[in-house]
Ligand binder design. Structure first.
Ligand code: 2AM
Ligand code: CA
Length: 265
Protein backbone atom coordinates (compact mmCIF):
# COMPACT_ATOMS: atom_id res chain seq x y z
CA UNK A 1 0.00 0.00 0.00
CA UNK A 2 1.37 3.39 -0.97
CA UNK A 3 0.60 5.40 2.17
CA UNK A 4 2.47 8.49 0.91
CA UNK A 5 0.09 8.60 -2.03
CA UNK A 6 -3.00 8.19 0.17
CA UNK A 7 -1.69 10.90 2.55
CA UNK A 8 -1.05 13.40 -0.28
CA UNK A 9 -4.37 12.59 -1.90
CA UNK A 10 -6.31 12.93 1.36
CA UNK A 11 -4.73 16.35 2.03
CA UNK A 12 -5.66 17.57 -1.43
CA UNK A 13 -9.28 16.41 -1.08
CA UNK A 14 -9.63 17.98 2.37
CA UNK A 15 -8.40 21.33 1.01
CA UNK A 16 -10.84 21.10 -1.92
CA UNK A 17 -13.69 20.29 0.47
CA UNK A 18 -12.64 23.27 2.62
CA UNK A 19 -12.93 25.56 -0.40
CA UNK A 20 -16.43 24.29 -1.04
CA UNK A 21 -17.40 24.97 2.57
CA UNK A 22 -15.95 28.52 2.41
CA UNK A 23 -17.98 29.22 -0.74
CA UNK A 24 -21.14 27.96 1.00
CA UNK A 25 -20.99 30.79 3.57
CA UNK A 26 -22.82 33.05 1.12
CA UNK A 27 -25.57 30.49 0.46
CA UNK A 28 -28.73 29.85 2.43
CA UNK A 29 -28.39 26.52 4.24
CA UNK A 30 -31.00 23.78 4.28
CA UNK A 31 -31.08 22.59 7.89
CA UNK A 32 -32.70 19.36 9.13
CA UNK A 33 -32.64 17.58 12.47
CA UNK A 34 -31.62 13.93 12.90
CA UNK A 35 -32.00 11.95 16.17
CA UNK A 36 -33.33 14.94 18.16
CA UNK A 37 -34.20 18.62 17.50
CA UNK A 38 -30.65 19.74 18.37
CA UNK A 39 -28.87 17.07 16.32
CA UNK A 40 -28.50 19.01 13.08
CA UNK A 41 -27.41 18.35 9.54
CA UNK A 42 -27.18 20.73 6.57
CA UNK A 43 -27.06 20.23 2.82
CA UNK A 44 -23.34 21.12 3.07
CA UNK A 45 -22.58 18.25 5.50
CA UNK A 46 -24.21 15.88 2.99
CA UNK A 47 -22.56 17.44 -0.10
CA UNK A 48 -19.09 17.30 1.46
CA UNK A 49 -19.47 13.67 2.56
CA UNK A 50 -20.61 12.73 -0.94
CA UNK A 51 -17.66 14.66 -2.43
CA UNK A 52 -15.20 12.56 -0.39
CA UNK A 53 -16.99 9.33 -1.21
CA UNK A 54 -16.91 10.06 -4.96
CA UNK A 55 -13.17 10.78 -4.81
CA UNK A 56 -12.29 7.73 -2.69
CA UNK A 57 -14.41 5.33 -4.77
CA UNK A 58 -12.79 6.64 -7.98
CA UNK A 59 -9.17 6.21 -6.82
CA UNK A 60 -9.44 3.45 -4.18
CA UNK A 61 -12.50 1.36 -5.07
CA UNK A 62 -11.42 -1.44 -2.71
CA UNK A 63 -11.36 0.83 0.38
CA UNK A 64 -14.31 1.07 2.77
CA UNK A 65 -15.92 4.27 3.99
CA UNK A 66 -17.67 5.16 7.24
CA UNK A 67 -19.31 8.59 7.10
CA UNK A 68 -21.44 10.48 9.61
CA UNK A 69 -24.21 11.24 7.14
CA UNK A 70 -24.62 7.61 6.10
CA UNK A 71 -23.57 7.73 2.42
CA UNK A 72 -20.70 5.32 3.03
CA UNK A 73 -20.71 1.59 3.73
CA UNK A 74 -22.48 -0.17 6.59
CA UNK A 75 -19.46 -1.65 8.34
CA UNK A 76 -19.49 -4.74 10.53
CA UNK A 77 -15.70 -5.04 10.75
CA UNK A 78 -12.61 -2.85 10.44
CA UNK A 79 -10.83 -5.28 8.11
CA UNK A 80 -8.99 -3.68 5.22
CA UNK A 81 -8.61 0.06 4.71
CA UNK A 82 -11.39 2.17 6.19
CA UNK A 83 -11.85 5.93 5.75
CA UNK A 84 -13.74 7.51 8.68
CA UNK A 85 -15.21 10.83 7.65
CA UNK A 86 -16.94 13.63 9.47
CA UNK A 87 -17.61 16.20 6.72
CA UNK A 88 -18.37 18.88 9.32
CA UNK A 89 -17.54 18.23 12.97
CA UNK A 90 -19.31 20.90 15.00
CA UNK A 91 -22.34 21.29 12.74
CA UNK A 92 -24.16 23.41 15.32
CA UNK A 93 -21.22 25.85 15.37
CA UNK A 94 -21.13 25.82 11.56
CA UNK A 95 -24.80 26.83 11.44
CA UNK A 96 -24.82 29.36 14.29
CA UNK A 97 -21.30 30.81 14.09
CA UNK A 98 -19.69 29.94 10.74
CA UNK A 99 -16.58 29.03 12.76
CA UNK A 100 -15.38 26.51 15.36
CA UNK A 101 -15.98 23.52 13.11
CA UNK A 102 -13.65 21.22 11.17
CA UNK A 103 -13.45 18.50 8.56
CA UNK A 104 -12.21 15.29 10.17
CA UNK A 105 -10.80 12.39 8.20
CA UNK A 106 -9.05 9.31 9.56
CA UNK A 107 -7.70 6.38 7.55
CA UNK A 108 -7.33 3.02 9.33
CA UNK A 109 -5.89 -0.32 8.22
CA UNK A 110 -7.30 -3.38 10.03
CA UNK A 111 -8.33 -1.05 12.88
CA UNK A 112 -4.89 0.58 13.21
CA UNK A 113 -4.68 4.36 12.68
CA UNK A 114 -2.54 5.36 9.68
CA UNK A 115 -3.45 8.90 8.63
CA UNK A 116 -5.37 11.63 10.44
CA UNK A 117 -6.40 15.02 9.07
CA UNK A 118 -8.40 17.72 10.79
CA UNK A 119 -8.96 20.88 8.78
CA UNK A 120 -9.96 24.08 10.55
CA UNK A 121 -11.48 25.61 7.44
CA UNK A 122 -11.97 29.15 8.74
CA UNK A 123 -8.36 29.50 9.92
CA UNK A 124 -7.02 27.55 6.92
CA UNK A 125 -5.11 25.30 9.35
CA UNK A 126 -4.66 21.67 8.42
CA UNK A 127 -3.61 19.45 11.34
CA UNK A 128 -2.27 16.17 10.07
CA UNK A 129 -0.29 13.11 11.05
CA UNK A 130 0.72 9.81 9.54
CA UNK A 131 1.58 7.08 11.99
CA UNK A 132 5.28 7.23 12.96
CA UNK A 133 6.07 10.36 10.93
CA UNK A 134 5.10 13.16 13.32
CA UNK A 135 2.21 15.60 13.37
CA UNK A 136 1.98 19.02 11.74
CA UNK A 137 -0.05 22.23 11.51
CA UNK A 138 0.14 22.95 7.79
CA UNK A 139 3.90 22.39 7.20
CA UNK A 140 5.00 23.15 10.78
CA UNK A 141 5.85 20.20 13.08
CA UNK A 142 3.91 20.02 16.36
CA UNK A 143 6.20 19.32 19.35
CA UNK A 144 5.68 16.18 21.47
CA UNK A 145 3.39 16.62 24.48
CA UNK A 146 4.85 17.17 27.94
CA UNK A 147 3.50 15.98 31.27
CA UNK A 148 1.49 18.35 33.48
CA UNK A 149 -0.54 18.40 36.69
CA UNK A 150 -4.30 18.82 37.22
CA UNK A 151 -3.88 22.14 39.02
CA UNK A 152 -2.06 23.61 36.02
CA UNK A 153 -4.49 22.19 33.46
CA UNK A 154 -7.22 23.55 31.26
CA UNK A 155 -9.79 20.81 30.72
CA UNK A 156 -12.18 20.80 27.76
CA UNK A 157 -15.60 19.27 28.41
CA UNK A 158 -19.22 20.20 27.95
CA UNK A 159 -22.27 20.66 30.14
CA UNK A 160 -24.21 17.81 28.51
CA UNK A 161 -22.69 15.72 31.33
CA UNK A 162 -25.83 16.54 33.30
CA UNK A 163 -28.12 14.92 30.71
CA UNK A 164 -29.80 11.82 32.09
CA UNK A 165 -29.47 9.64 29.01
CA UNK A 166 -25.68 9.45 29.27
CA UNK A 167 -25.63 6.98 32.20
CA UNK A 168 -22.49 8.65 33.53
CA UNK A 169 -22.96 10.51 36.81
CA UNK A 170 -21.89 14.12 36.31
CA UNK A 171 -20.96 14.34 40.03
CA UNK A 172 -17.84 12.38 39.10
CA UNK A 173 -16.65 15.52 37.32
CA UNK A 174 -17.12 18.08 40.12
CA UNK A 175 -13.76 17.52 41.92
CA UNK A 176 -11.89 17.63 38.60
CA UNK A 177 -13.57 20.88 37.57
CA UNK A 178 -12.77 22.38 40.99
CA UNK A 179 -9.12 21.31 40.98
CA UNK A 180 -8.27 22.26 37.38
CA UNK A 181 -6.98 25.72 36.49
CA UNK A 182 -9.90 26.20 34.09
CA UNK A 183 -12.44 24.51 31.81
CA UNK A 184 -13.46 25.20 28.21
CA UNK A 185 -16.15 24.00 25.75
CA UNK A 186 -15.67 24.40 22.03
CA UNK A 187 -18.39 22.17 20.52
CA UNK A 188 -16.24 20.26 18.03
CA UNK A 189 -14.63 17.04 19.25
CA UNK A 190 -12.13 17.11 16.38
CA UNK A 191 -10.95 20.63 17.26
CA UNK A 192 -10.88 19.79 20.96
CA UNK A 193 -8.59 16.85 20.20
CA UNK A 194 -6.37 19.13 18.13
CA UNK A 195 -6.28 21.52 21.08
CA UNK A 196 -4.94 18.69 23.26
CA UNK A 197 -2.43 17.81 20.52
CA UNK A 198 -1.14 21.39 20.43
CA UNK A 199 -1.19 21.89 24.22
CA UNK A 200 -3.85 24.64 24.09
CA UNK A 201 -5.84 22.50 26.49
CA UNK A 202 -4.44 19.63 28.55
CA UNK A 203 -7.31 17.14 28.43
CA UNK A 204 -10.71 16.62 26.77
CA UNK A 205 -13.58 14.54 28.13
CA UNK A 206 -16.82 13.71 26.38
CA UNK A 207 -19.62 11.30 27.17
CA UNK A 208 -20.70 10.06 23.78
CA UNK A 209 -19.03 10.39 20.41
CA UNK A 210 -19.01 8.41 17.19
CA UNK A 211 -15.92 6.96 15.45
CA UNK A 212 -15.82 9.71 12.80
CA UNK A 213 -15.66 12.34 15.59
CA UNK A 214 -12.42 10.92 17.07
CA UNK A 215 -10.84 8.83 14.26
CA UNK A 216 -8.46 11.52 12.99
CA UNK A 217 -7.85 13.14 16.38
CA UNK A 218 -6.76 9.84 17.92
CA UNK A 219 -3.97 9.42 15.35
CA UNK A 220 -2.74 13.01 15.78
CA UNK A 221 -2.80 12.96 19.61
CA UNK A 222 -1.16 9.53 19.90
CA UNK A 223 1.55 10.55 17.44
CA UNK A 224 2.52 13.30 19.94
CA UNK A 225 2.56 11.00 22.98
CA UNK A 226 -0.94 11.85 24.26
CA UNK A 227 -3.33 9.14 25.46
CA UNK A 228 -6.76 8.38 24.02
CA UNK A 229 -9.23 6.04 25.76
CA UNK A 230 -12.86 5.99 26.84
CA UNK A 231 -13.81 7.38 30.28
CA UNK A 232 -13.13 3.98 31.86
CA UNK A 233 -9.57 4.00 30.52
CA UNK A 234 -10.30 1.32 27.90
CA UNK A 235 -9.32 1.22 24.23
CA UNK A 236 -11.86 2.85 21.87
CA UNK A 237 -14.14 0.73 19.71
CA UNK A 238 -14.26 2.19 16.19
CA UNK A 239 -17.49 0.39 15.29
CA UNK A 240 -19.70 1.94 18.01
CA UNK A 241 -20.27 5.13 19.98
CA UNK A 242 -17.81 5.67 22.83
CA UNK A 243 -17.16 8.04 25.69
CA UNK A 244 -13.83 9.77 25.21
CA UNK A 245 -10.93 10.81 27.42
CA UNK A 246 -7.92 12.42 25.77
CA UNK A 247 -5.02 13.85 27.77
CA UNK A 248 -1.34 14.60 27.96
CA UNK A 249 0.91 11.79 29.19
CA UNK A 250 0.98 11.60 33.00
CA UNK A 251 -2.15 13.71 33.30
CA UNK A 252 -4.21 10.90 31.75
CA UNK A 253 -3.03 8.41 34.39
CA UNK A 254 -3.57 10.90 37.24
CA UNK A 255 -7.11 11.82 36.21
CA UNK A 256 -7.94 8.17 35.56
CA UNK A 257 -6.80 7.16 39.05
CA UNK A 258 -7.72 10.17 41.23
CA UNK A 259 -10.93 11.37 39.55
CA UNK A 260 -12.32 8.67 37.24
CA UNK A 261 -11.71 5.97 39.89
CA UNK A 262 -9.88 3.75 37.39
CA UNK A 263 -13.21 3.28 35.61
CA UNK A 264 -14.83 1.59 38.64
CA UNK A 265 -18.16 3.42 38.61
P1 2AM B 1 -21.05 16.78 15.07
O1 2AM B 1 -21.09 18.25 15.07
O2 2AM B 1 -20.32 16.19 13.93
O3 2AM B 1 -22.43 16.17 15.25
C1 2AM B 1 -20.13 18.62 20.25
O4 2AM B 1 -19.86 18.67 21.61
C2 2AM B 1 -19.37 17.47 19.63
O5 2AM B 1 -20.08 16.24 19.89
C3 2AM B 1 -19.25 17.57 18.14
O6 2AM B 1 -18.03 16.97 17.78
C4 2AM B 1 -20.45 16.80 17.62
O7 2AM B 1 -20.23 16.28 16.35
C5 2AM B 1 -20.54 15.69 18.66
N1 2AM B 1 -21.90 15.23 18.87
C6 2AM B 1 -22.97 16.01 19.09
N2 2AM B 1 -24.08 15.26 19.31
C7 2AM B 1 -23.70 13.99 19.23
C8 2AM B 1 -24.39 12.74 19.38
N3 2AM B 1 -25.68 12.68 19.65
N4 2AM B 1 -23.68 11.61 19.21
C9 2AM B 1 -22.37 11.67 18.93
N5 2AM B 1 -21.68 12.81 18.79
C10 2AM B 1 -22.32 13.97 18.96
CA1 CA C 1 -20.68 16.02 11.63
Amino acid sequence: MNWDHIYAQAKQWVQEAGNKIRLSFDEILTIQSKTNPNDLVTNIDKDIEQFFIRKIREVYPEHKIMGEEGFGDKLVSLDGIVWMIDPIDGTMNFIHQQRNFAISLGVYENGVGKIGLIYDVVHDELYHASCGNGAFINEKPIPALKETTVKESIIALNATWVMENHRIDHKLMIPLVKDARGTRSYGSAALEMVFVATGRVDAYLSMRLSPWDFAAGTIIVEELGGLVTNLRGEKLNFLTQNSLFVAKPGLHQTIMKDYLKDGKW
